[in-house]
Design a protein around this ligand. Sequence first.
Ligand code: PGA
Length: 251
Amino acid sequence: MKKIFAANWKLYKSPKQARDFLENFKFKLESSQRNSDQDKFKDKEIIIFPSSICLETVADKLLGSNIKFGSQNSYFKAEGAFTGEISAEVVKELGGQYVLLGHSERRNLFGETDELISQKVAFVQSLDLTPLLCIGELLTERESGQTNEVIERQLKLGLKNANPQKNLVIAYEPVWAIGTGKVATPHQVNETHGVIKNLLAQMKLKNTALLYGGSVKPENAKELISLDHVDGFLIGGASLEVDSFLKIINS
Ligand code: PGA
């Protein structure tokens, strides 16, 4: 399975900053590919999730490259009277292949429910785009021993309308580790990823890639990526700088 390195830019970067980033990133990525074993890069999938206003710029800049992109959210309808929403059909028209769904910021700041997320997952799959569904517990839930229960609920409800024949990626992001600099320990990551992989197998989704997210940095990437159940990363803060994102990819 290819290792996935996904950059979640959240509400950072203007179109100009996105363009500058990608020019520099593509240049440095190509030179690191030239200077190392080419095959190493064939096993890696790099995905950029810019804010929606930068999608077209990112699409232009990535035309003809192997780097993929997608939106950080989308509605479960292609068009209509839905002020402020993002159309996955337009993401597809721009050449996007992924949609990030159920990120903890969408759940906790914008009130997205598992029910709403499940409709979005199904719609994204119906367009043959890949949903990247985020799940993860709050600190209070971890401290009160509810992690597995929360994860099972988010997974089962979020995927209740999913099509097992279509592409899907899951990201486990403990909410207490997002943007806090407080990374989950390799033991915590592997243990929870093991639980998630078992649930996915029960749901006949055995070949689903499972990413870790939450304060992934160049300093901890190497150890985390070598864990049995980690198929890649969803990276926020450290994906905003070319050098730190590249260091993580090269870990
Ligand atoms: P972080 O964000 O890497 O800044 O913790 C991860 C995410 O929110 O996807």
